[in-house]
Design a binder for this molecule. Structure first.
Ligand code: NAP
Ligand code: G3P
Length: 471
């Protein structure tokens, strides 16, 4: 059985207490990681603080050279990393391997983009200060707390850790419990890459036990968190002066405005709704469409949903077990509530423990929980609305504001509608997605605060340092 320790100051730590991680496919124990306590967390932050000045004092190219060894260790271990993810979060092995490769691409792009963080040079002439020349460089904030979710335990961790480290910050990283095996495995990669002591620390343990301790430590200069709205709000409530980037939940709508390319729309909607069994913040979580178009679209969606392979991540099934039985029960509860309120089950509504068949639910109305809550599972509600302005109104009534899709062949109409939708991003004629990773990625309202994306992450983990020359 996999057993990985935490990493503090380049030492593997176990205090004799462990957290077991279940394999969602077999419901057996996939492995265990150290269950750290407050004193361990404090040691991690002290190590990060002590290491930060020397790490920042290295040149950018010296830091990149060290991080490149880590990047190379990732590639050397890519198959093992994918296997671990398949075991601990039931992500298809191929999809997990793609997550690793995508992460290496983010790292490589980051190494180039960070060189473009050039200082800003300004004169004061515009404000009558003829004798002042200001030079504003980007410098490290200090100690970054990075917290990742279960569904991209490798990618959404390193998409925070690498920009933090390359700009001279040091890091305390908390992986999701389901995701901690691959998270803790990064400790091996870091030690094998000869990371300087203390620049990268991994604190494992259940968020409910040590989460508040991790996010309230006085050494923190910045928290980059990806996860649920509830936890994000809990972190925000702590109200410290710490800078925050929060990437939270979503209820991404797909507005279908014409029937000019329904086959393509159906392909995008199915991929957008059921990728990784719907456990994506950018998953399509509601389709808003008129009756006339729905009567043609729903049969196309049904054909595609029926063709989705349900099964094991080791067979690369399209639909694999959701992360745990509690989540499966929550998702089923939303379906049951919709059924009780006369929604139509077009396909699905079937589960075996935490293996859920993909559900397509038509005639969902706004009095149903499924219209508003984030299932984070393989269920797609169809909400029939015959007026575009009403569609936009319903889309915007959500507490979430991550992304949306508008399916419409008339570009002018699509843009006019997109401009009215209150989300971070609107995708025209494609499913919502975080990538390409060089794009800014943000949620508004309850979907988040601040911006991720390669350049935006570099900026969020640095601050200006101004030097003004008087002459
Ligand atoms: P979660 O339950 O909020 O957990 C996210 C992370 O927070 C985990 O590492 C968790 O550790 C940790 N945590 C738990 N309690 C904490 C506390 N009191 N203080 C600090 N950290 C704490 O979310 P999840 O189940 O991993 O992911 C699903 C949710 O995240 C969905 O709502 C999804 O929409 C959202 N998400 C958003 C994005 C995005 O980019 N916007 C991406 C992925 C997921 P434990 O696992 O040990 O509890
Ligand atoms: O839920 C993870 C979020 O970051 C979405 O990523 O690439 O699947 O759109 P992606």
């Amino acid at each position: 059985m996999r057993e990985y320790k935490a990493l503090i100051n380049n030492e593997f730590i176990d205090n004799g207490q462990w957290v077991e991680i279940l394999n969602p496919t077999t419901l057996d124990v996939a492995g265990k990681v150290s269950a750290l306590k407050e004193e361990d967390v404090n040691k991690a932050y002290k190590a990060a603080r002590d290491a930060q000045p020397q790490w920042e004092a290295k040149t950018l190219l010296e830091r990149i050279a060290i991080l490149k060894k880590f990047r190379d260790e990732i590639l050397k271990n890519k198959d093992e990393l994918a296997q671990i993810m398949a075991e601990e979060i039931a992500k298809g092995v191929k999809e997990a391997l793609n997550e690793v490769i995508r992460t290496v691409e983010i790292i490589d792009y980051t190494f180039e983009e960070v060189k473009r963080l050039d200082p800003l040079a300004m004169t004061g002439e515009g404000m009558g200060a003829r004798n002042k020349l200001g030079i504003f460089s980007r410098v490290a904030k200090g100690v970054v707390c990075a917290i990742s979710p279960f569904n991209y335990p490798f990618n959404l961790a390193l998409a925070k850790i690498i920009p933090a480290l390359v700009t001279g910050n040091t890091v305390v990283f908390k992986p999701a419990t389901a995701g901690s095996l691959v998270g803790a495995y990064m400790g091996k990669l870091a030690v094998d890459a000869n990371f300087p002591k203390g620049i990268f620390n991994i604190v494992t343990g259940r968020g409910r036990d040590i989460g508040d301790i991790i996010t309230s430590n006085p050494e923190i200069n910045m928290i980059s968190f990806t996860g649920s709205v509830n936890i994000g709000k809990q972190i925000r409530k702590q109200g410290s002066s710490t800078d925050l980037v929060l990437e939270l939940g979503g209820k991404d709508p797909a507005l279908v405005l014409d029937d000019k390319n329904l086959e393509k729309y159906a392909d995008e909607i199915i991929a957008g709704a059921f990728g990784y069994s719907g456990q994506r913040c950018t998953a399509i979580k509601r389709v808003l469409v008129s009756d006339k178009i729905a009567d043609k679209l729903v049969p196309l969606l049904k054909t595609r949903v029926e063709a989705l392979k349900v099964g094991s991540p080791f067979d690369n099934a399209n639909i694999t077990p959701v992360i745990d039985e509690k989540s499966a029960d929550f998702i089923q509860g939303l379906i049951d509530d919709a059924k009780a309120k006369n929604a139509t089950i077009v396909y699905g509504d079937k589960k075996e423990k935490n293996l859920m068949w993909p559900s397509l639910v038509d005639h969902v109305t706004v009095d149903m929980k499924l219209a508003w809550e984030e299932p984070f599972g393989p269920v797609l509600p169809i909400i029939r609305i015959n007026d575009v302005d009403k569609m936009i109104e319903i889309a915007n009534q959500s507490e979430f504001g991550l992304q949306a899709s508008v399916f419409c062949q008339d570009l002018s109409t699509a843009i006019k509608v997109a401009k009215k939708i209150e989300t971070g991003t609107v995708n025209l004629n494609s499913r919502p997605q975080r990538g390409p990773d060089c794009f800014p990625f943000l949620g508004i309202k309850d979907s988040g605060e601040g911006v991720q994306g390669i350049r935006e992450s570099l900026i969020s983990m640095t601050r200006y340092k101004g030097i003004v020359i008087n002459y």
